[in-house]
Design a protein around this ligand. Sequence first.
Ligand code: GLN
Length: 425
Amino acid sequence: MAELVQRYLDEILAEHRDSTEGRLADYIPELATVDPSGFAVSLQLTDGFVYESGDTATEFTIQSISKPFTYALALERAGFDAVDARIGVEPTGEAFNEISVDHRTKAPKNAMINAGAIAAASLMPGSTPQARFECILDFYSACAGRTLEVDEDVYRSEKATGSRNRAIAYMLQSFGMLDGDPDEALDVYTRQCAIRVTSTDLARMASTLARGGRNPQSGQRVLSGAVVQRTLAVMMTCGMYDATGNWVSSVGMPAKSGVGGGLLTVLPGQLGIGVYSPRLDDTGNSVRGAKVCRSLSARLGLHFLSVSRESRSIIRATRDVAAGVRVYELHGDLLFTGAEQALRTVEEDSADIEVVILEVSGVDDSNDVARSMLAGMRESLRRAGKEGCLVDPDRTVLTAGSASDAVVYSTVEEALAAVLDRRGR
Ligand code: GLN
């Protein structure tokens, strides 16, 4: 069966293979020496399964695709307040290497342009540039699920020619947006850009973001959900530089490109994609990489704003198991809209019932908002002299750490016996 998806990927690569549009980046001399024909796509589902097509073993430098990861690590380690004081979250509509800051705050406008990325690298923990870089390398490796390495030739090549980034680093220092030595911050940034990856590494890093910060293979949590949400938001609005609007409307997935020819896209909750093709357009994005993403989005229906179906009713069935005791069987995802529906239905029924048993064994996922809404439901039933309880055999809804006074049973029979007993019937 998996051949079907494999065939889609092979066909999409075949469709774009002959395109020779675009040029290798040559402002970093070493990048102009790579084989321009390299072409690969990898896709990892959030359950860890990987599809690969093309030159997926070819290594290339991560370049700007490093930016969302270092930004995420800065948020995780230094905290939102410290990072937000130094780096904004507004799109610039400018080129990646623009020498610019927000004219009011003097902070770089976002972490996807070089100015913001150099500021993020300076926020890494560690007393030496080497320690700060190790922290970055370990983190990228944990996201990719293997130990990554630096391409020393590309690193030296960019270091020897990176006057523009040096100008940016010194500008940040002069505005008080960078602590310590600007050359050290720049060195950490230049090294992170020279980390070697394959398209499959990118797909794995992307699906770590798609899973809300947990590496799908190792199961290791490397980022908190809040940091991932912020990072994806910035990728969505700023990840493709001055081509972002076009990207959002045609592809509709948060993404990041690099001048090494890599492209990474994330469909939150579902999958991560890594593409490689080193010929770039004028904005510094991989030409065939972008084409592959457009085709994937259209053919597999991946645009994040496509409204495929309205959310289904959370209530699968209701039944009365004794006079005034009603069971509501819930299924699917019990998030805000599901909990709201359950609350409203119970309220409409309230004249007829004394006891509400929510049977949630068919619920796949739940969150804190839904849990606190159910707690609120139980509380208002209690105030009306009624009661509410949960049948949650797998503790899907009532995870550890939830309100300990919640009344939970493993079966409806058990709940009913306890309820009748309590009510002296
Ligand atoms: N290292 C590159 C630079 O700073 C990264 C740019 C990119 O990939 N867009 O110029």
